[in-house]
Design a protein around this ligand. Structure first.
Ligand code: SAJ
Length: 472
């Protein structure tokens, strides 16, 4: 076997090894994308090798433990026991793999430029271990052209030729952390190949792992599908965040408007406002496309504007907090503020890019005394780029005493397992940026993101103003 085999013969041989499950699969990166993928490939019947740079993650997987919210340790342990899943830091084992998926991070640099360092490192390691017949599938979200213009040349440094000696596809990950309805296996899987032969082998392999394959015309099309999906979300989230500011100006409850608009059975998709945009995808991925288009002298104005609007939401929320305290005759300075819910979205434990951290930072900068409670995030550690004071900061218990001691409770992320009735009963003042308090009522004065107020005791508590006294 070698490059003397023609592409068709190699395609037939690899396809047969896939059909008979004798092909060995590899997954580079066992994070929130790679570990679920490795488990599904193992479940599909392939011996799967997970390549990790982290000894601790590799060891944990081999011990039958999952470090990922959506992957059960039972599944990992069962596959490890059946020798369908093995984690390793020995990258030379890539030689043993017939198909290899790359699931490494694609972060942004400080200047919002693509950071392809993880892809470059994986590609160089792959090139050292590349052999004829291997299929390489890039899953990391990136700008159109990365597979063909960045990954391919590095792999061909091996001396092998893409499309004849080895095969390359792009297939974007579509993991929605915490989503139990749409999982790795049943979410339609987009796939684009560098050549037709690449596509056919990619389809042969991924159709054994995923319920539904969506083939597109090229790797670039597949890359663009992904950044388009997440740009769509980012822009619509910016639109609804701007709507919240519009409602604030008009004195209209934004949730009232959104819920009514969402009754439209066609032509509308519900998004909800909040304190900003979090996570490791939505705030970042559109900037991969914006960066690429800038190199082609094209300005993606929608992305720039949406990023600006979403980025301003933490400041908008802190202004609302200051206003809410001011209405009670209190200043933000030295105010005791309990930030409630800090994960980047509902019912998960991930703090990456969470806007709640920006809100806490801004509150601290204005002299507020900030504590937080989040049942999923027990501590905010000093990881070197979280610019908060007094780290590590531990989650405070959500008790009657903590709530009554707070001058303001600021809800930045809603969680299903938080008792908002307890908050309504014992907090004095609540700023709710997520609509978490809409179904409860108590003694608290509750102000929504767009300024709508519910205050059962408002009339009883209205103080006689200076003007009234002065007028005698
Ligand atoms: N957010 C809002 N309002 C909304 C929706 C989201 O403020 O109406 C905020 C969230 O609070 C969060 C951020 O946007 O801070 C991102 O939320 P997200 O729901 O997009 O969650 P992610 O980033 O974990 O996962 C998304 C996937 N989510 C959904 O499709 C629901 C999907 O877009 C991608 O598969 C995934 O990113 C990815 O990996 O690209």
């Amino acid at each position: 076997m070698g490059s003397t085999e023609n592409a068709e013969a190699i395609v037939a041989r690899v396809t047969k090894s896939i059909d008979t499950r004798t092909a060995v699969a590899g997954v580079i990166g066992l994070g929130y994308v790679g570990l679920p993928l490795a488990v599904e490939i193992g479940k599909a019947g392939f011996r799967t090798i997970g390549f990790e740079i982290s000894e601790s993650i590799s060891g944990a997987v081999n011990a039958g433990t999952s470090h990922i919210l959506d992957v059960s340790s039972e599944d990992v342990a069962a596959l490890v026991k059946k020798k369908r899943l093995l984690a390793t830091t020995d990258m030379s084992m890539m030689k043993q793999c017939d198909v290899i998926s790359i699931c490494v991070p694609t972060p942004l640099s400080k200047t919002k430029d693509p950071d392809l360092s993880f892809i470059l490192s994986a590609a160089r390691t792959l090139a050292e271990n590349l052999r004829p017949g291997q299929l390489i599938i890039l899953e990391s979200t990136t700008f159109p052209g990365t597979t063909r213009d960045v990954l391919l040349p590095l792999l061909e440094d091996s001396g092998l030729k893409a499309g004849t000696d080895f095969f390359v596809c792009f297939s974007p990950e579509r993991v929605d952390p915490g989503n139990t309805v749409w999982t790795t296996k049943n979410t339609p899987k987009v796939l684009g190949g560098i050549t037709d032969a690449c596509m056919r082998i990619g389809e042969a392999f991924y159709s054994t792992v995923f319920d539904h394959i969506v083939s597109v015309q090229s790797a670039e099309a597949a890359e663009l599908v992904k950044v388009y999906e997440n740009t769509f979300r980012m822009i619509n989230i910016a639109l609804v965040n701007e709507l919240a500011q519009v409602c604030d100006k008009l004195g209209v409850d934004v949730w009232d408007v959104i819920d009514a608009a969402a009754t439209k059975p066609f032509g509308f998709m519900k998004f909800t406002p909040g304190p900003g945009l979090g996570g490791h995808c939505i705030p970042l991925d559109p900037h991969y496309l914006a960066w690429k288009m800038r190199t082609l002298h094209f300005k993606t104005r929608m992305i720039e504007l949406a990023s600006e609007i979403n980025g301003e939401m933490p400041q908008f929320v802190v202004r609302k907090a200051a206003d809410a305290l001011n209405q009670r005759g209190k200043a933000l300075h030295d105010a005791r503020v309990l930030v409630l819910g800090i994960a980047y979205k509902k019912d998960i434990d991930d703090l990456r890019e969470s806007p709640a951290l920006d809100v806490i930072r801004l509150l601290q900068e204005k002299g507020a005394d900030v504590a937080y409670h989040d049942p999923h995030c027990s501590v905010i550690l000093d990881d070197g780029h979280t610019e908060l004071e007094d780290l590590p900061l531990h989650s405070a218990p959500l008790t009657r005493d903590v709530l009554t001691a707070a001058d303001l409770v600021l809800i930045t992320t809603e969680h299903a397992d938080v008792d908002y009735q307890l908050v309504a009963d014992h907090a004095e003042l609540v700023l709710d940026t997520r609509g978490a308090m809409r179904r409860v009522a108590g003694n608290a004065r509750i102000i929504s993101l767009s300024g709508a107020i519910s205050d059962p005791g408002e009339r009883a508590r209205r103080p006689h103003g200076w003007a009234t006294v002065a007028a005698g």
